[in-house]
Design a protein around this ligand. Structure first.
Ligand code: HPA
Length: 287
């Protein structure tokens, strides 16, 4: 399951977005990309002087299908920074290829965006995590990619990066430090850990939950790893934040059950805290 885009396809999308932005005199070129995960879409409402660009209008953009994902770019001001936010992202389980999922990230790279903030909803695997926690992603396990559905599969476009990129520091240490600093100042607790991407759309069985935990993961979700890889390949600085929307169920005897409704509801509860944290961080980036 792979598709390939030419550099011309990325640049057609870039040119379309640039034209839309330049029609709004208040909006400057975006410098930070922001991907909003499940239940976190309403964070985009904090963006000022916003212009909205539906994905359906952008050349080569896939259309978003999942509940809780609006499907548009929101370009505007957040804490003195011009951000380009994806209100809704593309998921592997929807049937998109890893190349389609990461198409917008490469378009952001072509727009000159050098910093990418990825957010997602995730299930807590680490025993110390609770629903409602935030987790800084320090590293990831790309199970979908390791199984052959890798976003860099196929001909390499040297305009973005090398054929065999290192992924030792996929998530930028400087941005991570700045986030933890901001969180401490705002007294917002933040966990740290390893995110594992699974395909979905089913939630994990209890045996899978134990397997993933034993494999070194602290949180599990169905996104983010492809975008992080493609952004790092393109030389962008990447920050990843998981909203722990539920605690993954690790026993068949448990009364609990994961549900999309719970993911969206807890995500909504986390939005104000995550918004404050991101505004604090962006303020530091602007300054
Ligand atoms: N598993 C996988 N993806 C998720 C979960 C989960 O428990 N919660 C939110 N996204």
């Amino acid at each position: 399951m792979h598709t390939h885009f030419s550099i011309q396809a990325y640049d057609a999308a870039k040119a379309f977005i640039q034209t839309r932005i330049s029609h709004q005199s208040v909006t400057r070129q975006p410098t930070v990309g922001l991907v909003l995960g499940s239940g976190l879409s309403s964070l985009a409402e904090s963006i000022q002087d916003a212009i909205h660009i539906p994905y359906a209008e952008i050349p080569h953009f896939p259309a978003s299908t999942v509940e809780g994902h609006a499907g548009q770019l929101v370009v505007g001001q957040l804490a003195g920074v011009t951000v380009c936010a994806m209100q809704g992202r593309f998921h592997f389980y929807e049937g998109y290829t890893p190349q389609q999922i990461t198409f917008p990230v490469r378009v952001m790279a072509r727009l000159g965006i050098q910093t990418l903030i990825l957010t997602n909803a995730a299930g807590g695997l680490n025993h110390s995590f609770r629903a409602g926690d935030l987790m800084l992603i320090e590293d990831h396990l790309n199970l979908v990619g390791m199984a052959g559905n890798h976003p860099l599969y196929g001909p390499n476009l040297a305009e973005f990066g090398p054929r065999f990129p290192s992924m030792t520091r996929t998530y930028d240490l400087g941005l991570a430090r700045l986030l933890l600093e901001t969180a401490a100042e705002l007294e917002i607790p933040v966990q740290r850990g390893v995110y594992v991407m699974v395909s979905g759309p089913s939630f994990e069985t209890p045996a899978e939950v134990r397997f993933l935990r034993n494999g070194g993961a602290d949180a599990v979700g169905m996104s983010t790893a492809p975008e992080a890889i493609v952004a790092h390949h393109a030389g962008m600085r990447v920050l990843g934040i998981s909203s722990i929307t539920n605690v993954a169920v690790d026993s068949v005897e448990s009364d609990a059950d994961a549900s999309h409704a719970e993911v969206l509801e807890t995500g909504q509860q986390i939005v104000p805290r995550l918004t404050r944290l991101l505004i604090g961080l962006l303020g530091k980036l602007a300054g």
